[in-house]
Write a protein that binds this ligand. Sequence first.
Ligand code: SF4
Ligand code: SF4
Length: 336
Amino acid sequence: MEKLYINKNGLDQWFKQMIKGGSHVYAPVQGRDKVDFKRVTELSEVASDFVQTTQSIKKAVFPKAESLFSYQKSGKNVEVQDFDALSVSDKVLWKIRPCDAAGFASLTGIFNWDYKDKPYNTRLEKTTLVSFSCSKSDSYCFCTSVNGGPGSTVGSDIQITMLPDEGALVEVLTSKGKALVELSADSFEQLSKEIDKELYLAKVPVHFALEQVKEKLSVAFDSPVWQQQSERCLGCGACAFVCPTCACFDIQEDAKGSAGRRIRCWDSCGFSLFTLHTSGHNPRPTQSTRWRQRILHKFSYMPERIQKMGCTGCGRCSRACPVDMNILEHLTSIAE
Ligand code: SF4
Ligand code: SF4
């Protein structure tokens, strides 16, 4: 890992070079009442004072709806047009949070578990993740309880920590990060002295012991806790759609006459139709069984199968929930 310093003007110059180099840059932008990722062309468009965006930026590599392939039938012949890797543009995801970068590491585990997903992997290969460490947090954040932290570099290609002089410490973590820095090498300086980035990070308390949650979950399948916790859940799916690690999807056919395409679109294990069989049987017939699946998938099944957590403690699901279901409160009560 290389550590560099960049001043305010250098940051501006580097950003301009990214745009000039043809990268599509996505960054948090302040809207009327929320901050969300948008494509930007100027550094001045990027939001400065926020804890977290409402939506995660997973759609950059796992779009809400996408065509996996298309086909045209002619008599007995079928011509298949595969996913077009050449149509994927270079992207920079600027000012994501460390919990967002960690979310990409979880998604990569899911999309490479039993099958290497070409659309996902192609998009990720062409995407450079520039995280900014967090200088503030709120009561929904719990990254430090799930092995993360406001300055964690897991999943990032570059991490930037803003300094009081409006310059920044730049940690270059991967070859993709190095290539992005080399676009504007003159903008960077070697560090004149070691910078202790901890001084500039938000203080996020550890709310629960993760090992304790995992231990309790291993014997909780038939516990009444799922019924108690899910009583007010509406099954609206908002928590899954804003989450940086949720990857449930549905496959649909969009066909007309002899041509069509196979579409993949976001879904949620919180929806009552998600596991409904054609026979009418539903193995998860109630909201409590669906809530249990959500928690067990993130905290038991994913760590067992792909050695990744399904939650980065970003708190988005709790901020977005229309009935105030708070995952941090629920995990804390499970641990206790
Ligand atoms: S956002 Fe809240 S109400 Fe909607 S499915 Fe998630 S937990 Fe249930
Ligand atoms: S489950 Fe909630 S807190 Fe955890 S990563 Fe998803 S949105 Fe963030």
